[in-house]
Design a protein around this ligand. Structure first.
Ligand SMILES: Nc1ncnc2c1ncn2[C@@H]1O[C@H](COP(=O)(O)OP(=O)(O)OP(=O)(O)O)[C@@H](O)[C@H]1O
Ligand SMILES: [Mg+2]
Length: 506
């Protein structure tokens, strides 16, 4: 007899409905899976066989063929275990159920238990979008699945429980999603700005960057607090909106990085990969394309400490996603697009010894070495950076001062207010903050007063800024004005923005 069950595949971040057809025919016992399965799907045979036996049912000793349709879509991962097992039980008439409105997903253990499965959120989102009434998920993923309202979630602990439910021996398991709270406290793990002594101008810079989502590079001698300042950034970033949280959670769900007790990520991601990372690790890739660090920091911060050590070629691959805010990975079997709308924060020393330009210590590097070191960061890369700030050595007086600086909480309130202005400005569009504006929006929203215009003109002529730099200055000036709730961009806003433009030391 032939049975049909519905499952779901994840391609990139999107789900796709997969029909699992099971045919059991008389003949020599065999169990074949066709329809472009990967190794994990092939191994489902062993798990399904054991799980069916261990839940008190019979595994038919006949010729079993499982077809995963559409046949041209690659199927990966263990999420097909449950639909295959249910298909076999239906086909061998050990259970009967109408599953035309139900999607099943979950990995089976040999004992028949249902295990956590990656990518539940995008799969349930698709089920909802396609109008399916029910989704059967492993109990441990119920909270994640419950984030999608409007689809009935049936959380199950084991195949045995599912069989009892289909046989009418137990009532339908039900899950009621918890209400997601709007506000969340800032991440407790982040450093508070108040504990960082001095460096007031850098703190101001980070506030501007956080308010508009601008990229920052910090440069200074060793031990001046660059890494510490970058790590304080999450404490001043505004919380994620519900839509943003869902986007980020989808990426983590597909990557298998979603903590089991956190169905919805509410903190902006802060990723700081080591400089030995590979290209694929940074931008995404692999045989089955997986999101890289730039996608894992979507809507958050990608912190590249010791920036020049990442090397020329690694930094160059960042150029396209920095501009487009998405990354497309092409493979022979197709291509997938991952979002990568992140805020780049880089930290670097000015030279290999670290003291070039330091007023107190002599730099031991030759001018050629300094120049070679700084040239690892190319002009086009630097052009994509909005803010370049120097982090000088801190004096003893400042370090020994017991008074605390302004708390992150206060800065975050100002940042959140500026973000609110931006959200209202971009209502109805896909933009979330000033850094994301395209030239069209820059023309519409970055009107500057006359005095500011002449300042901009002089700066452009004398400092030879590129067209991209011109737009970046305007976007930055927009954010600086938003921080004080001003509508028009004034000359001092533009002056501050120009002062942040990246420049080379040589
Ligand atoms: N402004 C500061 N206020 C308080 N402590 C500081 C400050 N700057 C540095 N420190 C102390 O120095 C330590 C080292 O700072 P950090 O790692 O941020 O330096 P860095 O600039 O990243 O240096 P490197 O260039 O070597 O990476 C911090 O952990 C902290 O204890
Ligand atoms: Mg450091």
């Amino acid at each position: 007899m032939l049975a049909k069950v519905l499952a779901c595949a994840v391609v990139g971040l999107e789900g796709a409905i997969v029909e699992v057809e099971v045919d059991i025919a008389p003949g020599l016992p065999s169990f074949t899976i066709v329809g472009l399965p990967d190794t994990a799907v092939q191994e489902a045979r062993e798990r399904v066989r054991a799980a069916i036996r261990n839940c008190g049912c019979n595994f038919p000793m006949k010729r079993i063929v499982v077809n995963l349709a559409p046949a041209d879509l690659k199927k990966a991962g263990p999420a097909y275990d449950l639909p295959i097992a249910v298909g076999i039980l239906l086909s061998s008439e050990q259970i009967s159920a109408d599953l035309t409105q139900t999607i099943l997903l979950g990995e089976l253990s040999l004992a028949g238990g249902l295990r956590h499965t990656n990518g539940v959120l995008p799969m349930v989102a698709l089920a909802h979008q396609e109008g399916f009434a029910n989704v059967i998920v492993p109990e441990s993923d119920a909270q994640e699945a419950g984030l999608i309202e409007g689809t009935k979630i049936l959380p199950l602990a084991s195949l045995a429980q599912l069989v009892s439910f289909f046989r009418g021996e137990i009532p339908a398991p039900e899950y009621k999603p918890d209400k997601v709270e709007e506000e969340t406290p800032p991440p407790s793990s982040a450093v508070d700005l108040a504990y960082i002594k001095g460096q007031e101008h850098v703190k101001r810079t980070l506030e501007v960057a956080a308010a508009g989502g601008h990229n920052v590079i910090m440069m200074g001698p060793p031990g001046s607090g660059k890494t510490m300042l970058a790590r304080a950034l999450p404490s001043i970033l505004p919380p994620l909106t519900i839509e943003e949280a869902l986007e980020v959670t989808k990426i983590y769900s597909v990557s298998g990085l979603l903590p089991s007790n956190t169905p919805l990520l509410r903190e902006r991601p802060f990723r700081s990969p080591h400089y030995t990372i590979s290209n694929a690790g940074l931008v995404g890739g692999g045989h089955w394309p997986k999101p890289g660090e730039i996608s894992l920091s979507h809507r958050g911060v990608l912190f590249l400490d010791e920036l020049p050590e990442f090397g020329h070629s690694l930094l160059e691959v960042l150029r396209q996603p920095l501009e487009d805010r998405v990354v497309t990975i092409s493979r022979a079997q197709g291509r997938v697009t991952f979002p990568s709308n992140f805020m780049l924060v880089g930290a670097m020393n000015p030279c290999p010894c670290g003291y070039f330009g330091d007023p107190f210590r002599r730099c031991t590097c030759s001018p050629a070495l300094v120049s070679r070191y700084q040239r690892r960061i190319s002009g086009p890369f630097l052009d994509r950076v909005d803010i370049f700030v120097e982090v000088p050595h801190v004096d003893y007086e400042k370090l020994a001062d017991d008074r605390l600086g302004e708390k992150s909480e206060k800065v975050q309130a100002r940042v959140a207010a500026a973000r609110l202005i931006q959200r209202q400005r971009f209502e109805g569009s896909k933009l979330a903050c000033n850094a994301e504006m395209t030239p069209t929006e820059v023309r519409e929203f970055c009107r500057v007063e006359e005095a500011a215009q002449s300042l901009l003109k002089t700066a452009m002529k004398q400092l030879h800024f590129s067209a991209r730099a011109f737009h970046r200055i305007l976007k930055l000036a927009r954010t600086i004005a938003d921080l004080t709730h001003e509508d028009t961009i004034k000359a001092h806003h533009v002056a501050e923005a120009i002062q942040y433009r990246p420049r080379r030391l040589e």
